[in-house]
Design a protein around this ligand. Structure first.
Ligand code: PLP
Ligand code: TYF
Length: 393
């Protein structure tokens, strides 16, 4: 049987991790995979997470199964963090999932279960796992323009032209904030136009929210998601706690379905069913930590303070990289780096330039010239700027 298997395409981002590891040069700089790193290059366990883990060890009395949908307290606390009071809770159904990826997978399976012929629209470009999972599930897919290669901002005219072709019942996958891989984002007025257009078209938004708190702030980064949640009869939200709680390997996410209150029971039943088909009970450790933090005023305040440090550190790095690139290239071509938000910026370099940066300068970025801002520090910012000026100046 196994001889029938074909080799599968690898994730380019994950491949880069191995290449970096195998590079013996001590000067190497990793701007690849989207993991937050502090100035010393470490991905720390957040203070509130450590404190919650200690408390959990002391107070946890059982590790028996949780519910199929996860612990209700987790779903309630995380839904409230994402949605505020944008939608009445009698319209919300939700399941805990293994990470944001698990939430996206379950969302797509729910869509396929309800409307197998629906088309899922994704931004060009997007996170590679989006098209990979959509294709794996055998679903129809279409792309909308997103990135303007000249300005490195959003191609808003192209985006609106393409989304005008969405048909009633189609699903449109939107990055709630901090677009991956570009770092270019819609402003509030542009979100309003997108929402009006998609509502007219009868689309169902699927929001991927993986970086709440990494862009403009915890509440600000949820603003578009909240507007969408309030504006459509049906919405899916796939959210991740990997980055904002720094609990990547605990696999902590949520899928929220918003629909008519009258259909909540059936929607929740279908979400539970999908969890049961795929893995029965979702992982609980990370979800429990998140719940403990969100329900405890002191832990929550400390977590928010540390998340804010993380966010501001990335903003400072953005500004200093933009400044250094101004000096190194004697131009304002790279000013966009400072206005991008989240972990990533797509620099707009060619694949050959990306390869030269890796081979000659030991600087690792994804082949589409996406850099992880958090991979930099005060020492490496000028090194990167000088190398970019050399290969692309
Ligand atoms: N969606 C996007 C756009 C991402 O960048 C990520 C990765 O962090 C995820 C979803 C989900 O990540 P995870 O499955 O680790 O929670
Ligand atoms: O885009 C990134 O780098 C992060 C981490 O299969 C990631 O979202 C990358 C690849 C992958 C899962 C997570």
């Amino acid at each position: 049987m196994f001889d029938q298997l074909k080799a599968q395409p690898q994730d380019k981002i994950l491949q880069l991790i191995a290449m970096f590891r195998d590079d013996p040069r001590t000067t190497k700089i990793d701007l690849g995979v989207g993991v937050y790193k502090d100035a010393t290059g470490l991905t720390p366990v957040m203070r509130a997470v450590k404190a919650a883990e200690k408390k959990l060890w002391e107070t946890e009395t059982t590790k028996t199964y949780t519910g199929l949908a996860g612990e209700p307290a987790y779903n309630a606390a995380l839904s409230a963090m994402i949605l505020g009071d944008a939608v009445p809770t009698d319209r919300l159904a939700s399941i805990a999932t293994p990470g944001g990826t698990g939430a996206i997978r379950q969302a797509l399976e729910l869509i396929r279960l309800a409307t197998p012929t629906a088309t899922v629209w994704i931004s060009n470009p997007t996170w590679p796992n989006h098209p990979s999972i959509i294709k794996f599930l055998g679903m129809n897919m279409a792309e909308y323009r997103y990135f303007d290669a000249a300005t490195r901002g959003v191609d808003f005219v192209g985006l609106m032209e393409d989304l005008a072709k969405v048909k009633s019942g189609d699903v449109v996958l939107l990055h709630g904030c901090c677009h991956n891989p570009t770092g270019a984002n819609l402003d509030g007025a542009q979100w309003d136009q997108v929402i009006t257009l998609l509502a007219q078209r009868g689309a169902i938004p699927l929001v991927d929210l993986a970086y709440q708190g990494f862009g403009d702030g915890l509440t600000e980064d949820a603003a578009a998601t909240r507007k969408i949640a309030a504006a459509f009869p049906e919405v899916l939200i796939a959210a991740s706690c990997s980055k904002n709680f720094g609990i990547y390997r605990e696999r902590t996410g949520i899928l929220i379905g918003i629909g008519a209150a009258a259909g909540k029971g059936v929607l929740q039943g279908n979400l539970n069913f999908l969890n049961r088909q795929n893995f029965s009970f979702p992982p609980d450790h990370g979800a429990r930590l998140v719940t403990m933090i969100l329900e405890d005023a002191a832990l929550k305040a400390d977590w928010m303070a540390e998340l804010e440090e993380v966010r501001l550190n990335m903003l400072t790095l953005r500004q200093s990289l933009a400044d250094e690139l101004r000096k190194a290239t004697n131009s304002d071509r790279f000013d966009f780096v400072a206005s991008h938000r989240g972990m990533f910026s797509r620099l707009g370099l060619t694949e050959a330039q990306v390869n030269t940066l890796r081979e000659d300068h030991a600087i690792y970025m994804v082949g589409d010239s996406r850099i992880n801002i958090a991979g930099l520090n005060a020492r490496t910012v000028p090194i990167l700027a000088a190398a970019i000026a050399q290969v692309a100046g």
